[in-house]
Design a protein around this ligand. Structure first.
Ligand code: ADP
Length: 361
């Protein structure tokens, strides 16, 4: 290591020596030739020998001074900031994403390093939030998996009891079926969201009747609204064709409608569709419990459940999926809601081809 440093010192000194020797020799030769020609002086061997020795010593001294100045400049302007960045980089590699580098106060002298430091700090911040998201995600998934699994385990254990009345046996079996369904839906949603986020699902663009699709989606909840006495209101414009991915959009209506029914105990669920030449706008409203302003800021986050009384009926992934699909379709989704009065989700979609979507065969 030390040997390398010495060799590096000598090589940088050699560069200055050669440069200074070249510059001084050229100047001296020019000066001496001009002087001897103008003054008509004849230079003797001794004169030249003395001048050459002096010049050589001069070159040595100048190059030495340059080398020292360069070494100090290098240490202050290059090695010191590089060391700071390298040390921070090593901390990041060992998993400490909280590290940040203090920028240099003399922005003029360290402009390039300050730009690198700025990018580095941003990268560390992004990595830190990704890490938090990853650990939160794992914690959420584990929690969501554990709850139905322990319920299944409990019902399973209770079913072992030999003299269990028939109605209890049916109740426990129902509990097992219901919780397995929850688990399956959780895993399906995680996989779907993962595929959508990693762009493993390539949305295909096909022309289809959005009016028809909305009616079909709504009809899937017929049993529910009849059982619970929920009123239905529709104002769906006829034959509104759009170019989009029907399957992914089906997922959107299904989630929005299932939430509208889930959060409405008595009241009305309404579906509206209007369109102009370029855009189709779908409104799904309910007169249910509504969403508070605080909850409203989180509803599109993964695993977020604002209303814990309905937690068992979902997993907090529905609206995250909806948002992802709408983003892929380059559409817009907005929510208006008032606690105790209900909520309206509005989805605005382009009717024409969306850039980046493949055409269906
Ligand atoms: P979940 O599966 O829990 O319903 P979502 O992602 O679909 O998860 O919804 C997230 C949260 O948004 C819900 O827990 C609830 O607090 C709120 N929310 C969504 N839709 C409605 C609605 N129509 N009325 C009231 N709250 C809603």
């Amino acid at each position: 290591m030390n040997c390398k440093k010495i060799l590096f010192g000598i090589s940088s000194w050699m560069i200055f020596f050669i440069t200074a020797a070249f510059a001084v020799s050229c100047c001296t030769m020019l000066f001496v030739t001009t002087l001897s020609e103008t003054l008509d002086i004849t230079l003797t061997k001794e004169n030249i020998s003395v001048a050459a020795k002096l010049t050589f010593a001069n070159v040595l001294l100048i190059s030495l001074i340059f080398t020292v100045i360069d070494a100090i400049r290098r240490r202050l302007m290059v090695e010191r900031p590089s060391k700071r960045i390298i040390e921070a980089g090593e901390k990041i590699t060992s998993g400490d994403f909280s590290v940040r580098i203090e920028p240099f106060s003399d922005n003029h002298a360290y402009e390039s390093f300050n730009s690198i430091i700025h990018c580095f700090n941003k990268m560390a911040e992004e990595l830190g939030s990704l890490e938090t998201l990853r650990t939160d995600f794992i914690a959420n998934v584990s929690h969501e998996l554990k709850t139905p699994l322990s319920v299944i385990q409990n019902y399973g254990t209770m079913l072992h009891s030999p003299d269990l009345p028939d109605e209890k046996r049916i109740e426990y079996a129902k509990g097992i079926t219901e919780n397995s369904r929850r688990l399956a839906s959780l895993i399906t949603n995680i996989l779907k969201l993962n595929k959508l986020e990693n762009q493993q699902i390539f949305p295909v663009s096909e022309r289809f009747d959005l009016s028809e699709q909305l009616c079909q989606s709504l009809l899937q909840f017929e049993e529910k609204w009849e059982q619970e006495g929920i009123e239905i209101e529709t104002d769906i414009a006829d034959e509104i064709y759009i170019n989009s991915d029907a399957e992914l959009l089906g997922l959107v209506w299904n989630n929005l409608l299932s939430n509208a029914f889930k959060f409405t105990e008595i009241g009305t669920v309404s579906v509206f569709l209007i369109a102009d030449e370029d855009y189709a706008t779908v409104k799904i409203s309910d007169t249910g419990c509504g969403i508070s302003a605080e909850t409203g800021t989180h509803i599109f986050e993964k695993f977020y459940q604002g209303d814990t009384s309905h937690a068992m009926q979902g997993n907090g992934l529905g609206l995250a999926l909806v948002k992802r699909v709408i983003d892929i379709m380059q559409g817009e989704i907005t929510v208006e809601s008032e606690v105790g009065k209900g909520s309206t989700f509005t989805v605005k979609l382009k009717r024409g081809e969306v850039v980046g979507m493949e055409k269906a065969d």
